[in-house]
Design a protein around this ligand. Structure first.
Ligand code: AQP
Length: 331
């Protein structure tokens, strides 16, 4: 059975982008794969996190994943910092990866913004840690949103260079599993930026704990343009906000953007947003309700994560110890 590694940062409340780009796909991959679901708190602190909030968000993230259908008994759900192998392998990869490779990472450029000198060095080497997350388990498949493709290519480059430098066939090749349709959900305030937990505007995203009123209000206020919806997908060119709403609709309805426009083309955004609200609420409400219920018992959530970390560690430890021996560390 192939092993899958999936990670999500406990940096805020997960949103519809995380759901359509990642979580929903993770849920269906549980059949037929051995899965590790990791709350990547080491990645989270590459930008400042208030410590008590980080703990709270880690539990929240665990609750959302379970509420969305991740099964922590059949698979492994844990937080990254509880398995020290990630950090040990990441250090080795910091020494394998090249500065020139990291300089090409577009996510760093986006997140660092103009003041690159002032961001943490952790943010810069983030892709090396991501490679370590996956390869710590010799995972071969990684389900991610379209935004993470470049990081996975880098992880493969690191694995190959390690194998080449030390003349071993130790790390396997990794395959990105990018879900078709709405792989990249965009901000409700700006159709050219991805929906993101850390966007300062709450109105830019629908979270997986929003109630029906919040969903309706955010979609009503979602940025659009004055023209009605086009009849065909070609008409969405240069209309990023309209495209985003149509793609969210089609991803949740299990249809194509073309089919959505066959039904709603010519309509104004008012009625379309109402139809979209119904479809989003149907997907989000059950997750939001179950998340609230799970958060009532944080002792249980902490136990689930501790149990997951023990099982993750049992897989990771021999692999990373072997990598350390290959490098020449005296064990
Ligand atoms: N807008 C998105 N559309 C599709 N997929 C997305 N993902 C994130 N945003 C979108 C996918 O969700 C998974 C977990 O992401 P993450 O939390 O580890 O990091 P991120 O990509 O940096 O997500 P955010 O929301 O933008 O978080 P912040 O604001 O904290 O940086 C990944 O598989 C990602 O592809």
């Amino acid at each position: 059975m192939q092993r899958i590694f999936s990670g999500i940062q406990p940096t805020g409340v997960p949103h519809l982008g995380n759901y359509l780009g990642a979580i929903r796909n993770w849920v269906s991959l549980q059949d037929g794969h051995e899965c590790l679901f990791c709350l990547v708190d080491l990645h989270a602190i590459t930008v400042w996190q208030e410590p008590s909030l980080l703990r709270e968000q880690t539990r929240l993230q665990a609750a959302v994943l379970i509420a969305a259908g991740i099964d922590p008994d059949r698979h492994i759900l844990f937080n990254q910092s509880a398995v020290s192998a990630h950090a040990r392998l990441a250090w080795i990869f910091n020494c394998i990866s090249r500065i020139g490779w990291l300089n090409r990472m577009t996510q760093f450029k986006d997140k660092a913004g103009r003041d690159r000198e002032a961001v943490s060095s952790g943010l810069y080497v983030y892709p090396n840690l991501m490679a370590a997350d996956i390869l710590t388990y010799h995972a071969t498949r990684v389900p991610v949103g379209d935004d993470q493709r470049q990081h996975l290519e880098l992880a493969n480059d690191i694995a190959q260079k390690f194998n080449h430098d030390y003349e071993v066939a130790f790390f396997p090749a990794i395959e990105a599993l990018v879900p078709p349709g709405a792989a990249r959900v965009m901000s409700l305030r700006d159709g050219t930026r991805k929906m993101s937990k850390s966007d300062p505007s709450e109105q830019s995203r629908i979270t997986l704990v929003d109630d029906a009123d919040a969903v309706a209000q955010k979609l009503r206020r979602a940025k659009t343009d004055p023209a009605p919806l086009p009849d065909t997908v070609e008409g969405l060119a240069d209309r990023p906000e309209a495209r985003n709403l149509v793609e969210i609709y089609s991803a949740l309805a299990g249809t194509t953007p073309g089919q959505v426009l066959a039904e709603h083309g010519g309509s104004g955004f008012g009625p379309f947003k109402e139809a979209l609200t119904a479809i989003v609420v149907a997907a989000v409400s059950p997750i939001a309700n179950e998340t609230r219920r799970l958060l009532d018992d944080t002792t249980h959530l902490d136990q689930v994560l501790r149990g997951g970390a023990e099982r993750a560690n049992a897989i990771a430890e021999p692999i990373v110890a072997a990598a350390e021996r290959i490098v020449g560390f005296l064990k």
